[in-house]
Design a protein around this ligand. Structure first.
Ligand code: ATP
Ligand code: MG
Length: 417
């Protein structure tokens, strides 16, 4: 039995709801280590393209995933780090400028500049999710990571702000509360996945994380160590499955099972045609189908999705700048041939990302690309807990000790995304 603090994370995906329970150890607060204790997984109900559409049903999936994870772990979880995604997510850059009065720039000046950048008017129906300082400018000098100690008259900060729709966020919180849990923090899903599968070196060199989910395909671009762009496409594994349903005249369940067992996203990988057996259904007797035909169907759709991703990368201005290439995560990254197809479309190095880094315990439970999001959420939570971050957000707290704590958390957020 562990005496280390417990962190619990919840990823409510369009297809599956996954809960992870871990303990936080390691060298605190700088390098927390996550010891995996238990994982729970349930079929998601009541979600459409990443957004809660039926609270009652979503609540049921949340309960199921969490009761499995906590039973597995042998510990209780009360409050959760929860992923959020969907078409309501927006990101923008904001700058903040302040005059420097002292001899050199001090931490408080950096804070003031960040506060100015963060204080952008947010519409009533939206809320601020993340405010991530990216870089600073001191007088004419650009691209400064840490201006503290530098000499100058004018300090400018560039901040990356992520906002979400209030209604989807409220419905998500409500589903979790109805399931009997508290929300500690909401975290953008692709950023969480990036925490779990990307290395600092990759983010420095330039990399695009492409999360292949069931309902959406999310893109997060990192360059020179910082998040630079996020985007979400309304296509994912569900579209591939629907194409198989139509193309092979099979049921949804059969299409899903056939895709996972025999699917291939890159036709050239298949040598000769193989025949696959489809079990009898209400409408058809047992049949035999061509694996090549299914590969053709999957290849077409994934090619289309990757072309949309490519356009997203170009529009964001990062084509030709991603020296570490592309990393695939999410359930769709387990599809045979998916990295080969992606490499063909992007003309870049492509790898499949599985959770790595500061992990111990039952690591084998999360050793697949579909566990990237939930592992990243727990890693995020581990860092926040290590710094006492959860306390800071609560309204009405003031005083020097809390300010110091808030300061440390800001430092850390800057280091993290
Ligand atoms: N081995 C596999 N081969 C092919 N596809 C797979 C495999 N395993 C999972 N998938 C597909 O991955 C998708 C589910 O991925 P994931 O669990 O990451 O999605 P999600 O988080 O529920 O959805 P989203 O993030 O879009 O809300 C499904 O479309 C599923 O068919
Ligand atoms: Mg997902």
């Amino acid at each position: 039995m562990t005496t280390d603090p417990i962190v619990a994370a919840l990823d409510i995906g369009t297809a599956h709801t996954t809960a992870l329970v871990a303990s936080v150890g390691g060298d605190l607060p700088r390098t927390p280590m996550l010891r995996i204790l238990g994982v729970g997984r349930a079929r998601t109900q009541g979600l459409r393209r990443g957004v809660v559409s039926n609270i009652e049903e979503a609540t049921h999936s949340i309960r199921e995933a969490l009761s499995e994870a906590t039973r597995h772990a042998g510990v209780n979880a009360e409050s959760l780090y929860v992923g959020i995604a969907g078409e309501h997510v927006r990101a923008m850059c904001s700058t903040g400028v302040v005059a420097i009065s002292g001899d050199e720039i001090v931490r408080a000046d950096v804070d003031r500049a960040n506060e100015v950048a963060r204080a952008l008017a947010i519409p009533q129906d939206r809320e601020l999710l993340h405010a991530i300082p990216q870089e600073y400018r001191v007088d004419q000098a650009l691209g400064i990571r840490d201006p503290v100690g530098m000499v100058g008259m004018r300090l400018e900060t560039e901040m990356y702000l992520v906002t979400i729709g209030s209604a989807p966020a409220m419905n998500l919180r409500r589903s979790i509360e109805k399931a009997g849990f508290k929300v500690k923090e909401l975290v953008l899903e692709p950023l969480a996945s990036a925490l779990a599968v990307l290395s600092e070196e990759q983010k420095e060199a330039g990399v695009a994380l492409v999360e292949l989910g069931a309902g959406t395909t999310d893109v997060a671009i990192f360059h020179e160590g910082k998040i630079r762009h996020i985007g979400s496409l309304a296509f994912g594994g569900n579209n591939v499955t629907a194409d198989i349903v139509h193309g092979l005249s099979v049921t949804q369940n059969d299409a899903e099972a056939l895709k996972e067992a025999y699917g291939c996203a890159y036709e050239p990988l298949l040598a000769g045609d193989e025949v696959i057996a489809v079990p009898a259904s209400a409408t058809h007797a047992e049949r035999h189908l061509s694996r090549e035909l299914m590969a053709h169907i999957i290849h077409q759709r994934m090619d289309e999705i990757f072309n949309l991703v490519q356009r997203e990368i170009e529009t964001a201005g990062y084509a030709g700048k991603l020296n570490a290439g592309v990393v695939l995560s999410g359930g769709g990254a387990s599809l045979e041939g998916v990295a080969e197809l992606a490499a063909d479309v992007f003309g870049m190095r492509v790898s499949v990302g599985v959770p790595a880094g500061r992990l111990s315990g039952l690591r084998e439970l999360i050793d697949e690309p579909r566990f990237a999001t939930v592992t990243g959420l727990a890693l995020y939570g581990a860092h926040r807990m290590a710094l006492g971050g959860a306390v800071v957000r609560r309204a009405g707290l003031s005083g020097t000790s809390v300010d110091k704590l808030a300061q440390r958390v800001k430092d850390w957020l800057q280091d993290f995304f």
